[in-house]
Design a protein around this ligand. Structure first.
Ligand SMILES: NC(=O)C1=CN([C@@H]2O[C@H](COP(=O)(O)OP(=O)(O)OC[C@H]3O[C@@H](n4cnc5c(N)ncnc54)[C@H](O)[C@@H]3O)[C@@H](O)[C@H]2O)C=CC1
Ligand SMILES: O=C(O)[C@@H]1CCC=N1
Length: 269
């Protein structure tokens, strides 16, 4: 049986998911999107061949609803959807912080809800999507959610109590790496390299390091030790990183992201 999937609030994450699903073999005719602006709907139609409908129409006709609006917009969207979502529709939330309980309280009793935290590498099928079941979501609902999110990368099931931490690690994670790359490009400029060259050197170093982290089976400490020669260059850099508290800064940063995810649970921003 064909399953219709609707992406409600198709912005950056919604479109990344949509395009990944289509590349993975979902038919655009089985996909619906909703947007706030008509121009955005037209853009998505032109790029992906998907139909844009109202939120109420999506709720009535799709078997699975994926909500990819900002946490602060979730309450209003759920209020709009509530009269139209038939019992037993699978509702998947992709919003940071918003709990399955928040959604369950606003929809019909017994609605299966799944919470997912994915990330932007979905656009290159390298997402990490962290999945948790709400009160009424069954194994079948989790498997269906995995089918969707595995189209754009890897997935992992976790208890919902770990979602805020997962958001801090993998949801926001790409931003930390971009930030580090940006800072290292600046360092290249300081050392006298042209910007384009500094960019290429650091991006390739990052890509190589990422592939080794993923494929070598080695612990990151071992990989770093292999780069760090006695009385060599790398240890001088590491000493500066330690002196400036970079490890402690990263731990504090991720803790702050986790705390913000918890705050967003209220849906009030
Ligand atoms: N950007 C990221 O790296 C990640 C974002 N997320 C989560 O994904 C969600 C979306 O984030 P982005 O895609 O970055 O934001 P975005 O702003 O690009 O997309 C949200 C879209 O929802 C639309 N929208 C809002 N209310 C609507 C309504 N009532 N009906 C129809 N459309 C509506 C907005 O017009 C916008 O286009 C957020 O909840 C965020 O926490 C999750 C993982 C990573
Ligand atoms: O910054 C945010 O709130 C979203 C959620 C995870 C990544 N971006």
């Amino acid at each position: 049986m064909t399953q219709r999937v609707a992406v409600l609030g198709a912005g950056k994450i919604g479109e990344a998911l949509l395009s990944g699903m289509i590349r993975a073999g979902f038919s655009p005719t089985d996909l619906l999107v909703t947007t706030r602006r008509p121009e955005r709907a037209e853009e998505l139609r032109a790029r992906h061949g998907v139909e844009a409908v109202s939120n109420a129409e999506a709720a009535k006709t799709a078997d699975t609803l994926i909500l990819t609006v900002k946490p602060q917009d979730m309450g209003a969207l759920l209020d709009e959807l509530a009269p139209h979502v038939p019992a037993q529709r699978l509702v998947i939330s992709g919003a940071a912080g918003i709990t399955t309980a928040f959604i369950e309280q606003r929809l019909a009793e017994g609605t299966p809800v799944v919470r997912v935290m994915t990330n932007t590498p979905a656009v290159v099928e390298e997402a990490m999507s962290v999945i948790s079941a709400g009160t009424h979501a069954t194994e079948k609902h989790l498997v269906h959610t995995e089918e969707i999110f595995n189209a754009v990368g890897k997935s992992l099931r976790v208890p919902e109590s770990q979602q805020d931490a997962a958001t801090a690690l993998s949801g926001s994670g790409p931003a930390y790496f971009y930030y580090l790359v940006e800072a290292m490009i600046d360092a290249g400029i300081l050392l006298g390299l042209p910007r384009a060259q500094a960019h290429d050197l650091i991006v390739q170093a990052a890509t190589g390091a990422a592939v080794m982290l993923r494929d070598s089976g080695e612990h990151p400490v071992r990989l770093r030790e292999a780069v760090t020669s006695p009385a060599g260059t790398t240890i001088n850099a590491i000493r500066e990183l330690e002196k400036h508290g970079v490890r402690a800064a990263l731990i504090a940063a991720l803790e702050a992201a986790r705390d913000r995810s918890r705050e967003l649970a209220s849906g009030n921003g």
